[in-house]
Structures are given as structure tokens and as C-alpha cells.
Design a protein around this ligand. Structure first.
Ligand code: LR7
Ligand code: MN
Length: 600
């Protein structure tokens, strides 16, 4: 009988025995290593499919369209302001550039280990501060201008000068400084009069002495300090009062300007009748990559007065393609990035100082500009990147809703006339604070400037708007089986299949539609009911004949004579069931009840 040892002695002996044992152990180890790396690789793959930040808090109403443009912005759901991070971490400046990182606007990718830290720090600013701290504050960026824009020659000697105003509250050091450096590096010195940073009472330690020291080394840059936090309106006004340049150029504190950005703005702003905005590109909040945003966009707003990017009118698109370097009009501006001659800014009343912290000042300014004889425009030749974030990182005294609602109530009361009544009627929480706003001085300003009506603004500046008017039917279109034509809450997006929604109470905007004399069924967000292939869809309102519905008694017919039908599948009341145009038959699923609702 062989002993265990004897097997070994049969195979090998002495030194050889040890070597074989070693090889066996090595194979074991290698095997283990292989499995670990496989697991790691799989995790990375999985992460690639579903980015790590997808677990973070996103506004359900926001989405990015196929071109990468954040179509819905400017409505926040409140943040966590740094969560459980220690005071030391919150107050430290960890800027440590890594050679080459983010150069030429490229994305910065992190290792698995770094991602853990990055995720922990994310809530501080609602963008990836860990990545930002790796990118040099004077990084290079590509020239983002189209060839047609590069061809334009400016007479530098005859352009007005610029004061660039950047307000901030608890901004990250690296992003703020990168904004400043990009302006210094890419503005003709002759045109750049000064850069004014306005600190809106930031608490972060690194934004005090450390910032002062850094700024002292830079030519033309100064810091003003707001003793109490007023919000961006108060801070911008503080900067504007100290401006010595001819033109005020406002930027958010997390922007990067690209080559040739200033000249087209100054060229147009010199005219003294216009608020001119650059074309806003995207700086990814996760990788800080610089990406182009959709070529043609303009700004407008929803029924709830949330700022929205929309596709411009056909007329504007046509003019834009004929002359791509020419500025084009926009019904509203996003608010953060624009240039205006100082004299015009003050002549039109600066800003409404009653607006605190954040929100609505962009719509107020846009309406005021248009209604009071000026214009709001975008020039595609000036390209500036901005970090779009999905929620706001800082504190709102009393809560974001309270602050935003008060600002919206002010803007609506002063400028919207009958449409203010529409806004308040369907937003009863905001109506409650309507009378608390003292806007006497702003109403007087409007009277003194002899400004035009909101009706004029809608029909002249934004004739493609989707608000109700006296000439448009407004109300609820209810199927005989139950269910109304409307937007599914939360399912807002271009090209969403249309389903019947719960008819809800009298004030539910989701179940209310505008039916225009031309036959368009319009819902909030600029969406029109359109017959697609086999299913009715909510599509961006356009001139398409597929968006025309003809009312024939209780039926809604397409131009080819099909009848809008509720395809009852799951719910006896039809809620959630698909809508589509089908051959007309005698069927109550094709019968619609038009219940008119007064729009104001
Ligand atoms: O209390 C505050 N004090 C401040 O100084 C709150 C904010 N701020 C500063 C802040 O640090 C930042 O530099 O104000 C600036 C704007 O605040 P953001 O970046 O939180 O605003 P936003 O980019 O999300 O929102 C857009 O809408 C706002 C409405 O009040 C302002 O008009 C912003 O300037 C505006 N930003 C843009 O237009 C950039 C383009 C993106 C879009 C849309
Ligand atoms: Mn911003």
C-alpha cells in the first residue's frame, strides 16, 4: 500500500517536490486573480451601461433629447447640500491638476476607487468636483464655432468694452477659477475692461482669503462681497453698479468660454436695443467634457412657467440656415449668460430686486425686454459651455418652492396680464401668495416705459406658443368610455405615445388641452397630438399635417379621415389606454365630449 508521501516520491523527489508545490500554488493564485479581474471588468461594463450617477436624485421632469441637449431645465427639486460630509471636507480646496486631464475639452474618466470618492463628494456642488479638481483651470478647449462664424471679421477698435460679471454662492474653487481663466485667456485684452466676481455671502472657507490671494495675481479681476445673501439678482446688481465697461456680460460661475466668444456679443450689444445670449454648450456634470448642444434652439416656458429649450419656429430656422452667423430672436433667455449695453440694462430697470435667491428673473427680464421695446437674441457664433445640473446644491431659505413661487408670482403679476390669471388659476398654491408681493414700483416702471401687453408678446414674438387664448378652445376632451386626452404625469417627452389620462379635478393641467382653430390639440410643454405609425403620439408642435385634427360632431378626424379612438385594454375607464386614429365605425370609443373650461 502506498503512503501519501509515496505518491510524491513517485512523481519527483527533494527540490523538485518543492518546485511542483510552488507551481501548484501559483496556478491557484493566478486563477483567483483571473476571477477577480473578470468580476471587476463585469462591474465596469455594468456601470458603463448604467452610469453610477443614475442612482442620484434626478428631476423626473428633465430629460436629454437625442442630440444631448437638456431640453427641460430650470426647475429644481432641492438638494442635499453635501449630505454628511465633514466641515473640513466641505471647506477644503482640493484643486490638484493632473497633466493632460480634460485637455481639449475631453472627458475625465475615473478609476473604480476614485469613483467612490467622487460619488461621496458629488452632492457638494451637484457636479463631479473630483473630476473638476483634476482639470487645469487654464485647460485648452476646441474652437467650437462653425466655419461661417470663423469667417466673420470684427472691427475690434470700434467694439464697446465689456465688464464680465460672475456671481457665486458656495461655488467650487476650480470651476469658478476655470470660468475666470477662460475669460482671461480668450477675450481680446482691448475689449475686456474688467471681471467682477460677486460673492453672494458664501460660507466656504476657500472662497475667502484663498480666493482673494489668487485673484490678486490676476490682472483686471476683482472680488466684491455681498454682506448678506440676496440671491443672484442682488449679487448681479451689486456687480453691475461697479461696472466701468460699456457692456455688461453676465456668466454663471461654472462656465467656460471658447475662442471668439466675446466679439459677436459685443458687436450686437453695441446696438443698445438687445439682450444678446451666446449659444450655450454643455459641460458634462460627470466628466466635464465639453459637448456641442443642439444647433437650433430657443428659450421659452411651460404653462407652469418653467424655462424650456424648444425648437425655433420654421421661419427662424429658415433665416438661420440662410445666414448662420446672424443672431436670431428668442422668446426667452435661460438667464445666466447674456450681454447687454449698460445704458440699456439700467434704462429698462435693471432687475426686480424683490426677487430672492434663484429663479424667474430670466423670464421677467425677457418679457420686460420684448414688451418694452428691446429684443432678446442668441448668436450661434459665441460659444460658451455651462455645467447643467439636475438639482440645486445650495440652500433655499424657506425651501426652493417658496422662493421660486414668490419670484414667479412677481413676474406673472407685473407682466402677464390675462395670462397671469391663467397661471394663478391653475397653480392655486402660487395664487395664495399673489397678494403678498409688493410690485408697485415694477408696475410703475412698466407704465413709465410704456410697455406693450403680454398678448402682443405672445402673438408677435412667440406666435407658435401653446397657451390658451380667447381665440382657442380650452378644456377637457373626454372619451365616452372615460379617460381624457392629456399628458401622463411624469411621462413628458417628445414622441411619448399618447394614452388617455385620468380626467382629474377641474384644475389638473395634465388633462387640459388647447384645441386651436387650425386643428392642433396642444398640451402643456409645447406638445401636440400627432398620429404616428399605429399610435397617436405627443410630439413637439410643428407645421406637420399629422398634427391636424378636424372636429366632426363628437369625432376627431385626421386629414385622411381616420377617427381618434381609445383602444380600451386594461381599465374600464380607459385610463392609461392607448390613443390612435382608426377607420371610423359606430363605436363609443370614437366619441369624444368637449368640456370647455374658462382659461382664466
Ligand atoms: O443664492 C444664490 N446666489 C448666487 O450667487 C444662488 C445662486 N447664485 C449664483 C450661482 O452660484 C450661479 O453662479 O447664481 C448663478 C446661477 O445659479 P445656478 O447655476 O444654480 O442656476 P442655473 O444654471 O441652474 O439656472 C439658470 O436659471 C437661473 C434662474 O434664476 C439663473 O438665471 C441662472 O443664471 C441660469 N443659468 C443659465 O442660464 C445657464 C444656462 C443653463 C440654462 C438653462
Ligand atoms: Mn448655472
Amino acid at each position: 500500500m502506498l503512503l501519501r508521501n509515496d505518491y510524491w516520491s513517485l512523481l519527483c523527489r527533494g527540490r523538485k517536490k518543492k518546485i511542483v508545490a510552488l507551481i501548484v500554488i501559483l496556478i491557484f493564485l493566478l486563477n483567483g486573480l483571473f476571477y477577480v479581474s473578470l468580476e471587476l471588468y463585469n462591474t465596469v461594463k455594468r456601470k458603463e451601461k448604467e452610469p453610477w450617477y443614475s442612482s442620484l436624485h434626478f428631476d423626473k421632469n428633465s430629460y436629454v433629447d437625442e442630440t444631448g441637449m437638456r431640453v427641460i431645465v430650470g426647475h429644481y427639486v432641492g438638494g442635499t447640500n453635501g449630505g454628511n460630509l465633514s466641515e473640513d471636507i466641505i471647506n477644503s480646496n482640493n484643486y490638484a491638476p493632473v497633466a493632460g486631464a480634460g485637455e481639449f475639452g475631453r472627458p475625465v474618466q475615473l478609476s473604480q476607487r476614485e469613483l467612490i470618492t467622487a460619488r461621496e463628494l458629488y452632492s457638494l456642488h451637484s457636479y463631479n468636483i473630483f473630476v473638476s479638481d483634476k482639470i487645469a483651470i487654464n485647460r485648452s478647449l476646441p474652437d467650437m464655432r462653425s466655419d461661417r462664424c470663423k469667417e466673420v471679421v470684427f472691427d475690434i477698435d470700434n467694439l464697446p468694452t465689456a465688464t464680465v460679471i460672475i456671481v457665486f454662492h458656495n461655488e467650487a474653487w476650480s470651476t469658478l477659477m476655470r470660468t475666470v481663466m477662460s475669460v482671461l485667456m480668450r477675450s481680446p485684452p482691448k475689449l475686456l475692461q474688467q471681471i467682477i466676481l460677486v460673492d453672494d455671502a458664501s460660507e466656504r472657507r476657500y472662497l475667502h482669503a484663498e480666493l482673494d490671494e489668487a485673484v490678486a495675481k490676476l490682472d483686471k479681476v476683482q472680488v466684491l462681497r455681498n454682506p448678506v445673501r440676496t440671491g443672484l439678482v442682488g449679487a448681479r446688481l451689486m456687480g453691475a453698479r461697479k461696472a466701468t465697461g460699456d457692456v455688461l456680460v453676465f456668466l454663471d460661475a461654472h462656465c467656460e468660454v471658447t475662442k471668439g466668444w466675446l466679439e459677436p456679443l459685443l458687436d450686437r450689444a453695441g446696438n443698445d436695443d438687445v439682450f444678446i445670449c451666446p449659444h450655450i454648450d454643455l459641460l458634462s456634470a460627470d466628466t466635464l467634457a465639453y459637448t456641442k448642444s443642439i444647433d437650433a434652439h430657443w428659450g421659452a416656458f411651460s404653462w407652469r412657467l418653467h424655462f424650456r429649450w424648444l425648437i425655433p419656429s420654421t421661419e427662424v430656422l429658415k433665416k438661420k440656415s440662410e445666414n448662420p452667423s446672424k443672431p436670431y430672436p428668442t422668446p426667452a433667455m435661460a438667464g445666466g449668460l447674456f450681454a447687454v449695453r449698460k445704458s440699456l440694462f439700467w434704462r429698462l430697470g435693471g432687475y426686480d430686486e424683490g426677487m430672492t435667491i434663484w429663479g424667474a428673473e430670466n423670464l421677467e427680464l425677457s418679457w420686460r425686454a420684448w414688451q418694452c421695446g428691446a429684443r432678446v437674441e442668441i448668436t450661434s457664433c459665441s460659444r460658451v459651455g455651462h455645467i447643467f445640473r439636475s438639482h440645486s446644491p445650495y440652500k433655499y431659505p424657506g425651501g426652493v418652492t417658496k422662493v421660486l413661487h414668490a419670484n414667479l408670482a412677481r413676474a406673472a403679476t407685473v407682466w402677464m396680464d390675462e395670462w397671469a390669471d391663467f397661471f394663478f388659476k391653475f397653480n392655486p398654491d402660487i395664487a395664495l401668495i399673489r397678494d403678498q408681493q409688493s410690485v408697485g414700483d415694477r408696475v410703475e416702471l412698466r407704465r413709465n416705459l410704456k410697455c406693450k401687453s403680454f398678448g402682443w408678446y405672445l402673438s408677435t414674438v412667440w406666435p407658435q406658443h401653446f397657451f390658451p387664448t380667447d381665440q382657442r378652445w380650452f378644456g377637457r376632451i373626454k372619451n365616452d368610455k372615460g379617460g381624457c386626452i392629456g399628458l401622463m404625469p411624469g411621462a413628458v417627452g417628445m414622441g411619448t405615445p399618447a394614452s388617455a389620462v385620468d380626467c382629474g379635478g377641474t384644475l389638473t393641467l395634465e388633462s387640459l388641452v388647447v384645441f386651436t382653430p387650425e386643428g392642433k390639440v396642444m398640451a402643456d410643454e409645447g406638445l401636440c397630438l400627432q398620429q404616428g405609425n399605429g399610435r397617436a403620439l405627443w410630439k413637439s408642435c410643428s407645421d406637420s399635417s399629422k398634427q391636424i385634427w378636424v372636429q366632426k360632431g363628437p369625432r376627431l378626424k385626421t386629414q385622411s379621415g381616420l377617427c381618434l379612438t381609445l383602444v380600451v385594454t386594461k381599465d374600464s375607464r380607459g385610463v392609461g389606454d392607448p390613443l390612435t386614429a382608426k377607420r371610423c365605425v359606430t363605436d363609443n370609443k370614437q366619441i369624444w365630449h368637449f368640456n370647455r373650461v374658462p382659461w382664466r
